[in-house]
Design a protein around this ligand. Structure first.
Ligand code: SIN
Length: 565
């Protein structure tokens, strides 16, 4: 069963390529890796290890380490603990994914995950250990076992990032910082011939230039800045997804945006990156209460406060709507004055900076955007439908997250699928090809459109969605699309954010059911006849978005007769 539309209500256009000055410099590398978090740096290190003769260039929009990996608190999930198995990790991942996971991709993740984490340890990552030397593992929402490895208490991402940067440095891999990837340069067959960059640097590579290459690995992270409040850093502007869309790639399941249930509430006016209160705090025993001190999660799910993330986010939102309160509370006082600084030093410091002491105070929390479960559609080896273009990490949709990512599976996904890309890429590198001229007219949005776009997306494409709101969002966003600003970073970022907002809104309209993190108040139940995937792509040669829904059987073992194994 399929359902195809050029726009659920109207024709929707996005820039087919971004307006930019002609490249002022040109260079060459066999492979360009865009992004410098766990996915990008792992891909670069492993490709280098597979074939050191290949020339590699890592490009990153900000400084190395400014992306989302650095901010990951909870940890990295893998079946490493006594008695745990990849099969149990698979089961929890599929249940959290609410029937929309790709079972083969999940099996790759859980089976290759333990070795991938061991490799990260061998590389120098210092995970936390018990006094007896055993790896310390914790639990987060949706997991039935303690299987989350963590570092520095709640500074896992920062430690992984440190170890990877040191390894990249040691391997002598070239990195260009402060470089925004603008567009792919197409070859005659539609595949990759290069990429244009805007570098804010000094010396040789400054301004817009072209890197001619044989393959591009997109590892540029997520799209959190689409919404007014997100746990993502300011660099998460959907650049990789928008670039891939313009290059002819398919984006999949963009409507599955994960809202983290416990983000510290800083007031109604607070915008941009908000402080995350890791699920690991609930894993260690903290619990949610309403304004009357009532523990409402016990009525919602057998795992109570450790239910899958979408269940907790929905329960908090429902409670907020019912009571008219702007947030709920997390009670972690009983963890104690000794435990807090040891186990959660980062969260403790940030909460105190904002005037809340978790040792003595309840923490005000509300859901905020956290993770894009969808992205650029890939196969099990990170290949997209564009020859020579690979995608890994949050920018990609490998199929492991389905409708709702299981906690701490994201670092693992970047690690596992970047290793897979490195295993195949050197053997299938394209011949060098000259870029051909892209005949489609370039355009950009205005930088000032960013704030109105975020307000529209937050109001109508946020936690709770309905047909009327989504249609009105699509209309309002479509009006913002055409701009007249001079091309520059803020303008390119806004154009990228708008393109992914439009693509996401259309996908959310087409998914007429509630599944995982996609919550439709006008279709409040999961509808197995609507199980499957929503893809979006640009009509070839044009700037018109095209959405396509295709049925696929549910892969949730808790609701299907047979376990899918
Ligand atoms: C958290 O620590 O709660 C976030 C971890 C994740 O998003 O996987």
């Amino acid at each position: 069963m399929t359902d195809t539309t050029q726009g659920p209500l109207r024709t929707v256009t996005v820039p087919a390529r971004l307006s930019a000055p002609e490249p002022g410099w040109t260079t060459r590398a066999d492979v360009v890796v865009i992004g410098s978090g766990i996915a990008g740096l792992t891909a670069a290190l492993r490709i280098h290890a597979e074939d050191p003769s290949l020339t590699l260039q890592v490009v990153t929009k900000d400084a190395l380490g400014a992306g989302s990996t650095q901010w990951a608190q909870g940890g990295i999930a893998a079946a490493l603990g006594p008695g745990d198995t990849p099969e149990e990790h698979e089961h929890d991942t599929l249940v959290a994914g609410a029937g929309a996971c790709d079972v083969e991709a999940v099996r790759v993740l859980v089976n290759e995950g333990p070795d991938a984490v061991r490799e990260l340890i061998a590389l120098g990552t210092q995970f936390d250990h018990h006094p007896d030397g055993e790896l310390s593992l914790t639990r987060e929402g949706g997991h039935h076992r303690d299987r989350i490895a963590h570092a520095g208490g709640d500074a896992t991402g920062a430690e992984i990032q440190r170890a990877l940067i040191a390894a990249v440095d040691k391997a002598g891999i070239e990195v260009i910082q402060h470089a925004l990837a603008v567009d792919l340069l197409p070859a005659a067959d539609g595949g990759v011939a290069g990429v244009t960059l805007h570098v804010m640097g000094e010396g040789q590579h400054d301004g817009v230039g072209a890197v001619l290459c044989r393959a591009v690995v997109l590892a540029s992270g997520g799209l959190g800045q689409v919404f007014s409040q997100s746990t993502n850093p300011s660099v998460s502007t959907g650049d990789g997804m928008a670039l891939a869309l313009r290059a002819g790639a398919r984006l999949r399941d963009l409507e599955f945006v994960q809202f983290h249930p416990t983000v510290m509430w800083l007031g109604p006016e607070s915008q941009g990156q908000q402080p995350l209160i890791s699920e690991a705090v609930r894993g260690e025993g903290a619990f949610l209460v309403d304004w009357d001190g009532h523990r409402f999660m016990t009525e919602e799910h057998e795992l109570a406060d450790l239910a899958p993330r979408d269940v907790v986010a929905k329960a908090i939102t429902r409670r907020m709507i019912e009571t008219g309160k702007p947030h709920m509370w997390l009670d972690a006082r009983h963890l104690g004055a000794e435990f807090w600084p040891k186990r959660f030093p980062t969260i403790l410091a940030v909460a105190r900076e904002h005037g809340v002491d978790p040792v003595t105070d309840l923490i005000p929390v509300a859901p905020a955007q956290h993770y894009a479960s969808g992205g650029v559609a890939t196969d099990l080896w990170g290949r997209t439908n564009v020859p020579g273009l690979y995608a890994t990490g949050e920018v990609a949709c490998s199929g492991v997250h389905g409708a709702n990512r299981l906690a701490s599976n994201s670092l693992l996904e970047g690690l596992v699928f970047s290793r897979r890309i490195a295993a195949v890429l050197p053997g299938e590198l394209r011949a060098w090809s000259d870029p051909v001229e892209d005949q489609r007219p370039p355009s950009v949005a205005d930088a000032d459109d960013r704030r109105p776009m975020q307000e529209i997306m937050t109001a109508d494409v946020g936690v709770l969605r309905n047909d009327a709101g989504l249609r009105s969002a699509l209309d309002a966003l479509a009006v913002l699309d055409e701009g007249s600003d001079e091309p520059r970073t803020a303008v390119w970022e806004t154009s990228n954010l708008l393109a992914v907002s439009l693509a996401m809104t259309g996908a959310a309209l087409l998914r007429t059911e509630t599944r995982g993190s996609h919550w439709r108040e006008d279709h409040p139940d999961r509808d197995e006849s609507r199980a499957g995937h929503v893809d979006v792509w640009l009509e070839p040669g044009s700037d018109v978005l095209h959405w396509h829904w295709e049925h696929a059987p549910s892969t949730d073992p808790s609701t299907t007769q047979e376990t899918p194994r």
